[in-house]
Ligand binder design. Sequence first.
Ligand code: PMV
Length: 324
Amino acid sequence: MTVPPSQGKVILFGEHAVVFGRPAVGLGLPGAMVVERLRPLADHVKLCLPAWNFDGCCCHPGLLGKVLHRLFELLPGRRLGMELSVHSRIPPGAGLGSSAALAVLLVRALARVRGLELDLAEQRRLAHVLEEIFHGRPSGLDDTLACFGGVCLFRRREWSKPLPALPVPARRLSAQALGLECRLPEMVVGYTGREHQTRHMVELVRRRRQRQPQETEVLFAEMERCLWWGLDSLCAGRWAELGLALNSNQQLLELLGVSSPEIASLVQLARRHGALGAKLTGAGGGGAVVALAPGNQREVARAWSRAGHRTWYLDGADDWRMAV
Ligand code: PMV
């Protein structure tokens, strides 16, 4: 039984602000999670996921048990379950969208077992319900990228019609997501090694916004400004300018309070080794850093690897691999 792999993701602009209605830009990491074995089971779901140290079923007392239980009830059709084992190329809690990748893969696998033909939009809608168990009230950006991949401009509310004027051709993936046709420069992603809890980081920002509504909205507005500036530069291939936009976004994330000493150290290392820009990607507080390094990918990857960080090369939207 073959199941299409799901994608991981890297957010270039707009994390956190997207939760409060601002746009975000992210890209998919194809083949991040793959089903290795799948067979139908009569009445429950059993998952083996070594990357998460998980081998259990829907009666497991933790979060994953809850997700598997919800999945069984959520999908329409015959009440068939499944046993599956999943290989993940991305670590959990790194800001690379592993929970969304898992949610999409679980939906695809059980749909296959139950003989359901679900289109991508429906797969995403169902995966979002599972993401809510993982993260509370996620924006939907991660499950959109896990499902559709590519380069995506997303926001929580529907895009109005006509669509905003964009510097490249765009196609509507869903009410909230537009797929952009643009060429990506060489980038590198490095993992701080510190797992983060998206739910906790989002709650931190929510409380800050409650305490300081005006200041926080100014930061979000500035993040949106970086996004449109960065998107223009990305589409026109003006890498130096894109680097500046990424750096400005990192500064704003620091002011928001979601950076960390580990993130700051990866960002500095990348810039010292020739990156044009670097910022945290995802919820922050640990997790991963993305660096724009056209022509310097190897130098940045080597510097991060030497400092003991897992590192990936991103060569465009459909090619990425681990640096060894
Ligand atoms: O760190 P991740 O991969 O869970 O990304 C979270 C992105 C946020 O904008 C912080 C939350 C969200 O729901 O979009």
